[in-house]
Ligand binder design. Structure first.
Ligand code: TMP
Ligand code: ASP
Length: 238
């Protein structure tokens, strides 16, 4: 599928039109951003690593019956996906307290959350991605209540599938963010799943293996992403 005109450049990915109006190409760049785009750096190999990571996870999710926009890998950095009408909402599930939950509620990092929490954030960098609730989504027309409910059910289903995959690789899925959109009336998982949008800790040492390494200046960011990938069976050389 030929890449045509660039439609949109996000903080870490660019989106290109194709000759099929229902399909587009996601290009994973080496750009890495944090703090709502206030910090952006290029990290060598990141585009390739996240593209292959995302392809692997999306395929596992599809095999588990979770509908996603992913079609196929096109190259090291490019993937073909379905064009979705995205909900401007981020769905976050947390199995363990970390990040903004700790800052907001004064909870200690590492506390297990039973059952896992579900939170919604508005995708708006200028406002710092504020936390919102279901009624905001409906009242402001960001998504229909029934579609948001489907996204919520799918977000929890993703937890069951991915917790097990990462546990087998000796890791804890601490939390993650998902984005959904509509394709011909159906709610599909869109965007990406990579260590940029989740927290993963080594189960024994609790070492951070995700984008917190970038946010907290711990170094070895892409090395950690590749380590996570290899532990769950991704071959970055193929
Ligand atoms: P938080 O602790 O900063 O609220 O983030 C929770 C999880 O969601 C964490 O794995 C990072 C991810 N996330 C993003 O990837 N992008 C975002 O804009 C937000 C708000 C969270
Ligand atoms: N993805 C968001 C950003 O780049 C938030 C984060 O990951 O810290 O700015």
């Amino acid at each position: 599928m030929e890449k045509r005109q660039e439609l949109y450049a996000g903080k870490a990915k660019s989106v290109f039109r194709t000759d099929d109006p229902d399909k587009m190409v996601l290009v994973f760049r080496d750009d890495t951003s944090a703090f709502d785009g206030k910090r952006i750096e290029q990290l060598d190999r990141k585009g390739m690593v996240n593209n292959k990571f995302n392809a692997f996870i999306m395929t596992k999710l599809q095999e588990a019956g979770i509908p996603t926009h992913f079609e196929k890998l096109l190259s090291d950095t490019d993937s073909l996906v379905k064009c979705l009408d995205m909900m401007p909402v981020e769905c976050v599930v947390r199995n363990v307290a970390a990040g903004s939950l700790c800052r907001r509620l004064g909870v200690e990092e590492g506390v297990t959350l039973t059952p896992p929490t579900f939170e919604l954030f508005l995708k708006n960098d200028a406002l710092g991605d504020p936390m919102i609730n279901e009624s905001h989504v409906e009242s402001f027309g960001w998504a229909k209540a029934a579609d948001l409910e489907k996204a919520k059910i799918l977000t929890y289903k993703v937890n069951d599938v991915l917790k097990a995959i990462f546990a087998e690789g000796g890791m804890i899925l601490v939390d993650y963010k998902l984005e959904f959109g509509l394709y011909k009336g159906e709610v599909l998982l869109g965007d990406e799943f990579s260590p940029d949008g989740c927290r993963l800790w080594d189960a024994k040492t609790k070492e951070k293996l995700d984008k917190d390494r970038f946010r907290q200046g711990l170094g070895g960011v892409i090395e950690a992403y590749e380590d996570v990938g290899r532990r769950i069976g991704i071959d970055f050389d193929s």
